[in-house]
Ligand binder design. Structure first.
Ligand SMILES: C[S@@+](CC[C@H](N)C(=O)[O-])C[C@H]1O[C@@H](n2cnc3c(N)ncnc32)[C@H](O)[C@@H]1O
Length: 242
């Protein structure tokens, strides 16, 4: 019986592929993916434990609330006192990395910022490839190092020259907006992540981008996280690796 079902399923699949459904159903790809990811996101949110800083549900988004989340991480997780590697993926003009260098003066911290500095490598929603291009931020802080180029080119070089397992905590700030960039970074860093490391997302609740990348990453590497804080209805989210 099982064999018959498998043969029938294989026949139907082959037949459907032969019909070339992408010609007449292609327009459904994005909305269906969006609907599926939206449902996963809703479920993920419902599974998060209570935490002191979480504004869900709040009717209006205030982007500046992300700085409350940064402040919370600095003061409530103990990282401010620990030697920490802060890695930021998506620097642009440097607003977020400048906040961190200004507010965390621990000389044992290291700041690594990665960006093309030539803008997004792909279209993202209403933004076009090349949007957000910016000059390297001028920062008078010797703890800061920038890596210019696609993550796909700079991250392997960084990982081969930088000791990621040197007993330092990691705060990984994912602010590249795109699914591809976020997934690339998470999978590249996977071998080096440890319990207690922090993932900070800037556009987490965008279903087909950062959230989609995060979900695939957690499913593929059996990653478990604990919610530290969230603002703007999970737009900005901080998670600690378990
Ligand atoms: C939203 S901006 C970062 C904003 C910044 N963190 C802030 O808050 O001020 C996103 C940046 O990600 C960069 N980016 C996205 N994908 C990238 C990739 N694969 N390689 C390098 N940079 C990338 C873009 O160039 C863009 O500058």
């Amino acid at each position: 019986m099982k064999r018959k079902i498998i043969r029938l399923a294989a026949f139907i699949k082959g037949f459907l592929l032969w019909l070339r459904p992408h010609y007449f159903l292609g327009w459904l790809k994005q909305p269906l993916l969006m609907a599926s990811n939206f449902i996963y996101l809703s479920k993920w949110i419902s599974l998060q434990k209570k935490t002191e800083l979480n504004d869900f549900y709040s009717p209006a988004r205030q982007y500046a609330k992300r700085y409350q989340l940064y402040e919370y991480l600095l003061t409530q997780t103990g990282i401010a006192q620990e030697p920490t590697d802060y890695l930021e993926f998506g620097v642009a003009q440097g607003a977020s990395i400048q906040w961190w260098t200004k507010n965390c003066t621990n000389s044992a911290w290291r700041f690594y910022g990665f960006d093309t500095f030539e803008g997004l490598p792909e279209n993202w929603g209403l933004y076009k490839k090349g949007d957000m291009s910016a000059a390297l931020p001028a920062m008078n802080d010797e703890r800061v190092h920038f890596f210019k180029g696609l993550f796909q080119q700079t991250v392997p070089v960084f990982l081969s020259t930088h000791s990621m397992n040197a007993g330092r905590r990691k705060l990984i700030h994912l602010d590249a907006d795109l699914f591809s960039s976020t997934l690339y970074v998470l999978t590249s860093l996977a071998p080096f992540l440890k319990k207690g490391d922090i993932l900070l997302f800037d556009e987490f609740n965008v279903p087909n981008h950062e959230f989609h990348a995060f979900k695939i990453f957690c499913d593929s590497y059996y990653i478990k996280t604990q919610l530290l804080g969230a603002v703007n209805n999970y737009f900005q989210v901080a998670l600690m690796l378990e």
